[in-house]
Design a protein around this ligand. Structure first.
Ligand SMILES: NC(=O)c1ccc[n+]([C@@H]2O[C@H](COP(=O)([O-])OP(=O)(O)OC[C@H]3O[C@@H](n4cnc5c(N)ncnc54)[C@H](OP(=O)(O)O)[C@@H]3O)[C@@H](O)[C@H]2O)c1
Length: 265
């Protein structure tokens, strides 16, 4: 399917690895010019090199940015706008997954998780909205996570944070729909990235099991019986920001191998 993304300009946060990098690559393959950010400048430069296949022709730029820093976010968006002249797409992806229960989660942990995703997504959206409103066109996808729909006792920080991201998505989507800006979310679960690898390592340490046993716990959790790939999430995000999804707004699409239970929700 031709997604009609040729010539569009996309911002992808947290794109030095994992899901964000795969999203950036897929959008580039569809003909987008892309600006990416992450905190670690060296890994970001390496990602820009990979994504531009060593050509460094200016169609991919990286700006080292912590999305919890409002001034840095403004600088990232301004740099991308100045370089490319417009901003059609924002993919809010930067974030992490902190585990803990109501007993073990400290205010500091909860604060970190909320700042990375809720505050980071919000700051990025506020920064791009004036540009998208001026264009009378924009597409925003928030990469949230199934903990929003399925909060677990041992994933308290990410459950709370992802639920807030869902509310943020719907609230903003309704507010900007008449400006022809579509805001949606995708909810992945158990996607093969460094984040998942770190969770598997933690399981091995805490439950004193080998890697195969720890990994199986994640792939057994869904009906398809496997983990997903960043590229599979990237294909969904690319569809959601394309003209083929023009009548989809304020939705949150699961990509989790069938893990979710709320088929009517
Ligand atoms: N993998 C899964 O199974 C899964 C499931 C549910 C939800 N998700 C969500 O999907 C998103 C991507 O996950 P992933 O698995 O690809 O994670 P990952 O491999 O850990 O990659 C995270 C990316 O975000 C960047 N980042 C983190 N905090 C940032 C900040 N404050 N400012 C700017 N960049 C930041 C990281 O680079 P730096 O560290 O250099 O900043 C990195 O590029 C996250 O929001 C995560 O919560 C993932």
């Amino acid at each position: 399917m031709d997604l009609g993304l040729q010539g569009k300009v996309a911002l992808v946060t947290g794109a030095s690895r994992g899901i964000g990098k795969a999203v950036a690559q897929t959008l580039i393959n569809e003909g987008c010019r892309v600006a990416i950010c992450a905190r670690d400048g060296e890994r970001l430069r390496a990602a820009v090199h990979d994504l531009s296949h060593g050509k460094n022709n200016g169609d991919v730029i990286g700006v080292s940015t912590d999305v919890t820093d409002e001034a840095a976010v403004q600088q990232f968006v301004a740099t991308a706008h100045k370089t490319f002249g417009r901003i059609d797409i924002l993919v809010n992806n930067a974030g992490t997954h902190l585990r803990g229960t109501v007993d073990t989660t400290t205010l500091d942990i909860l604060n970190r998780q909320l700042r990375d995703k809720v505050f980071g997504f919000f700051a990025m959206i506020q920064a791009v909205l004036p540009i998208m409103r001026g264009q009378k066109d924009g597409r925003i996808v928030n990469v949230i996570g199934q903990a929003a729909r399925h909060p677990h006792p041992d994933r308290f920080p990410s459950g709370v944070t992802n639920a807030a991201c869902m509310a943020l998505t719907k609230s903003v989507a309704d507010a900007v729909a008449r400006d022809n800006i579509r805001v949606n979310a995708v909810c992945p679960q158990y996607i093969e990235s460094e984040l998942l690898a770190s969770l598997i390592d933690k399981e091995m340490r805490e439950r004193k099991v080998d890697r195969a046993t720890a990994s199986a716990g994640f792939s057994r959790a869904n009906p398809l019986g496997r983990t997903g790939t960043p590229e599979e999430v990237a294909d969904l995000v690319s569809f959601m920001v394309s003209d083929s999804a023009n009548f989809i707004a304020g939705s949150a699409v699961s990509i989790d191998g069938g893990y979710h239970r709320y088929v009517f929700g």
